[in-house]
Design a protein around this ligand. Structure first.
Ligand SMILES: [Zn+2]
Length: 130
């Protein structure tokens, strides 16, 4: 497995966080990675969190990593990519404490709702810019 920093994902996440007003998402404490050579068949992306024990031992606050599997993710169209990133960001709880919001709340339905909102905000903004 190989990893590469993914600044394009950071840029997209910045856009999403701003439009969605997700102020609990502390982008300075999230890493964005692209991985190559994963053997998982179904996974497109993953969200990793630094656990409580590690945080206390290291004397630092929460840190998350959003990883996309290049072979899967880079084949998607823009809409699908945006949805994947929205999905992964939705896993991060308000507390930013190292835990996760689970798939009972982060699922196709809620991701699509947020995606619609994201797109609406976007079109509204370009309207006001005219
Ligand atoms: Zn998920």
């Amino acid at each position: 497995m190989e990893y590469e920093k993914a600044d394009d994902l950071r840029e997209l996440a910045k856009k999403i966080v701003k439009k969605m007003n997700w102020n609990h998402i502390d982008l300075d404490n999230i890493g964005f990675l692209r991985s190559f050579g994963s053997s998982t068949r179904r996974t497109i992306a993953r969200c990793h969190g630094l656990g409580k024990a590690m945080q206390i031992a290291m004397g630092r606050k929460g840190f998350y990593v959003i990883e996309v599997i290049s072979e899967k993710f880079d084949r998607l169209n823009n809409e699908q990519k945006e949805k994947v990133l929205i999905h992964e960001l939705m896993h991060i709880p308000k507390s930013f404490g190292g835990g996760f919001i689970h798939h009972n709340k982060v699922n196709e339905k809620t991701v699509n709702e947020n995606y619609k909102k994201f797109k609406k905000e976007e079109s509204l903004e370009s309207f006001y810019e005219v």
